[in-house]
Design a binder for this molecule. Structure first.
Ligand code: 5GP
Ligand code: MN
Length: 342
């Protein structure tokens, strides 16, 4: 955190606080928001978490979930009022205000103090205080670091520890990705010391599938996965009909792209889903190939080097064609025999 002393002074007296995070919050977005909310409440602040949209059922166990305001579920007016009245707005786990949909304009217009805590590439310059590091595996890790810097680890409760642990666990892909550093293990060790039950969090997040979700996974793997061995690339293309057929719910497609990336030799994977108004895309890579650059250059997105997202206003078929066309431009990079960790 830049200007830590000024930040300390800012939060030394009770404030009206709004915490917001990105569209379709994942475990890191929600866990870091609810973890921070709990901490700030303990410090005497009046805190509300506002998410732009709903999120997966496997996250609703987190403490404070029942008080989250979901902006686009008819809570626009209440959210705007809270933002207008806020003394401080925290923006967690996103680097561009475009990623929080309609809320972005409201946050831009707000005259209060803004704090950005994030680990994505290329942050927008809108905050008064910024705690930003692409070395951090998760925003939840940065929240732990912030509480540590403020000397308040003793305030970390079991509930807070579990929310933060969930964020770090998922953003490291279950401690499998290259962002799984010594510091990640150290922080998670501290969180376990604070009462986080690692097995419980893992079960709640990863092993609470609906039968529909598993059947959809089977269908996607057998019918909707294309492998391009000459380019070491694999992709899924999922239509709105596919989603309807398996009664897909928010979160049901999370992690699907990793199956494409898990195929031996695959360096680059994509998941294109027709969400009716837009085709949403997830990109994943291993090694040197930058998913972030690909998403930013061609699909109005971004993220991290090996995990990024974007969107397309074309139809699903046209998006797939565009994707395949673009791959030719990266032929040299992609077709080299795999050197995963180069
Ligand atoms: P996912 O594919 O799991 O939705 O997202 C992968 C990573 O890319 C996450 O860190 C996510 O926050 C980021 N991301 C996903 N979609 C977008 C997008 O449209 N724009 C930007 N800038 N980042 C995105
Ligand atoms: Mn994150």
């Amino acid at each position: 955190m830049q200007n830590l002393e000024a930040f300390k002074t800012l939060i030394s007296t009770p404030k009206k606080v709004v915490i917001t995070t990105h569209h379709k919050p994942d475990a890191d977005a929600l866990g870091s928001s609810l973890g921070l909310a709990e901490y700030l409440k303990m410090k005497g602040h009046d805190v509300t978490v506002i998410t732009p949209t709903d999120y997966a059922d496997f996250l609703t166990w987190m403490k404070g979930n029942d008080q989250v305001i979901v902006y686009d579920e008819g809570n626009e007016e209440e959210s705007c009022q809270l933002i207008k009245e806020a003394d401080i707005i925290f923006c967690l786990d996103f680097s561009s205000l475009q990623r929080i949909n309609g809320l972005g304009d409201k946050v831009t217009e707000a005259q209060c103090v803004k704090v950005l805590i994030d680990h994505h590439l290329e942050p927008e310059d809108f905050a008064d205080f910024q705690m930003w590091s692409t070395d951090a595996a998760a925003t939840a890790e940065l929240i732990y670091d912030l509480i540590h810097m403020l000397g308040d680890e003793s305030l970390i409760s079991k509930d807070m520890a579990e929310a933060l642990y969930a964020g770090i666990m998922t953003d490291t892909g279950g401690f499998k990705h290259s962002n799984t550093t010594r510091h990640v293990f150290r922080v998670c060790g501290e969180l376990v010391d604070k009462g986080a039950d690692a097995a419980k969090v893992s079960k709640l997040v990863y092993d609470t599938n609906s039968l529909d979700k598993l059947k959809f996974l089977g269908y996607a793997l057998s019918e909707r996965l294309t492998v391009m061995p000459e380019l070491n690339t694999a992709y899924f293309a999922i239509s709105t009909e596919d989603l309807e057929q398996f009664r897909s719910r928010t979160g049901d497609t999370e992690g699907l792209v990793n199956y494409a990336l898990s195929i031996e030799g695959i360096k680059f994977a994509a998941l294109m889903i027709d969400r009716t108004d837009v085709v949403k895309i997830s990109f994943r890579s291993v090694g040197g190939f930058s998913a972030n650059e690909f998403a930013r250059k061609h699909f109005e997105g971004g993220g991290h080097k090996n995990a990024a997202g974007g969107k397309s206003d074309l139809s699903l078929e046209e998006t797939v064609d565009k994707f395949k066309q673009l791959l030719n431009e990266y032929k040299n990079e992609l077709s080299n025999p795999i050197n995963t960790y180069a």
